[in-house]
Design a protein around this ligand. Structure first.
Ligand SMILES: [Zn+2]
Ligand SMILES: [Zn+2]
Length: 389
């Protein structure tokens, strides 16, 4: 396929870009250098690139013939993780690292822009390239959509990609339906009354109440939720108490929840509050409960997912397009899917021989760069097939 041939031709160029982004990782909404380099590269291709969403970039490639609009999205932010890979192109910013593969995403989408720019005469419509900030915060996509990235021209279908460390390089996972869970964060403060630890009846023990509340939370997942739709209620931190011989007046608990299905997703805060309210009443405590939905579940639209699957099969063969188990992690790509049909694919980046086998967000995370041309050509082929179908 021509897209793969062209992407292979730009292998070294993409590797150089990826390593440049890797050396200079930037946190969410502070991707100024990354965004500047992306803009420069797009301009060198003759594309007009615009800044949107603080540090996002959007560019349009108009085909020679009129038609629909397809968007391709890459996220570009890094994480506050200290790199320990020992790679010669390791992060030059202490405590900050591209530990999720977004450096590759940016390089691959630039690769796709280059490939498609050379195939302009074969394009019936417009390709919109979206370089999105702040995925790791879960709010980059929302900001981009709010600032109109899906409008002017209006996007008909959108495709995204995530490097995946569990999938071997050379393979892609693509399927319709739910693939990544929602992500909600919450904070609970339980308030009791402090007193001397030798006479607890004179106070109200916030820790005892908190432990009862937490037991109740874990019961929700298996006794209240329909277990055919899995949910996770994860209690991540508990902070309580001041001294071993004092009855604690306050317990602060934070956590994050995951779900795929709308009913469970929207019910979780209500279920939790019921447990909190009634347990606090029984123990004589008061409480404050804050619950925020950061991203919705990522549910691949069927037509888009099947179109993408066929496109990628042409590049790497049917046997290399697989279905992995849905992932309980979250992706703010879901925000685009709330507005337009589309699909997210997982691009294999795993290769044990090259020590590319650590999980996302690990200090040792790395990607087999042989994935870059597959990713760039997959982006390009999917766009081409959508516009020319
Ligand atoms: Zn990540
Ligand atoms: Zn990521």
């Amino acid at each position: 396929m021509k897209t793969l041939e062209l992407a292979n031709k730009y292998y070294n160029w993409m590797v150089e870009l990826r390593r440049d982004f890797h050396r200079h990782p930037e946190p969410s909404f502070k991707e100024y250098r990354t965004s500047k380099r992306i803009k420069e590269e797009l301009e060198k291709m003759g594309l007009q690139a615009t800044t949107i969403g603080e540090t996002g970039v959007v560019a349009l490639l108009k085909g020679d013939k009129e038609g629909k609009v397809v968007a391709l999205r890459a996220d570009i932010d890094a994480l506050s993780v200290n790199e320990e890979t020992g790679l010669e192109f390791s992060s030059e910013v202490p405590g900050m690292m591209h530990a999720c593969g977004h450096d590759c995403h940016a390089a691959m989408l630039l690769g796709a822009a280059k490939v498609l720019s050379e195939m302009k005469s074969e394009l019936n419509g417009t390709v919109k390239f979206i370089f999105q900030p702040a995925e790791e915060m879960g709010s980059g996509a929302k900001k981009m959509v709010k600032e109109g990235v899906l409008e002017n021209p209006k996007v008909d279908m959108i495709f995204g990609m995530h490097i995946w460390s569990d999938v071997p390089v050379g393979q892609v996972s693509l399927q319709p339906g739910p693939i990544m869970a929602s992500g909600d964060v919450w904070k609970l403060t339980i308030k009791g009354k402090s007193c001397h630890g030798s006479s607890p009846w004179q106070g109200v023990d916030a820790i005892t109440c908190a432990t009862a509340v937490l037991q109740g939370f874990h019961t929700l997942a298996t006794r209240v939720n329909d277990v055919r739709n899995p949910i996770v209620i994860n209690v991540g931190t508990i902070n309580a108490g001041e001294r071993f011989n004092v009855v604690p007046a306050k317990a602060e608990i934070t956590g994050m929840n995951r779900a795929f299905e709308e009913y469970s997703h929207s019910s979780m805060p209500k279920w939790m509050e019921k447990v909190i309210k009634n347990t606090c009443e029984a123990y004589g405590c008061e409480y404050d409960f804050k619950y925020d939905c950061i991203c919705d579940p990522t549910i691949n639209e069927e037509v888009s997912a099947n179109l993408a699957k066929e496109a990628v099969e042409k590049l790497i063969g049917k046997e290399n397009v697989i279905n992995i188990e849905k992932v309980m992690g979250s992706e703010d790509f879901s925000e685009y899917l709330n507005h337009v049909p589309g699909a997210l694919m997982f691009l294999g980046g795993r290769n044990e021989k090259k020590k590319c086998c650590y999980s996302h967000h690990s200090n040792f995370f790395n990607v087999d760069e042989d994935a870059l041309p597959i990713g760039a050509s997959s982006y390009a082929q999917v766009a081409l097939d959508f516009l020319n179908r």
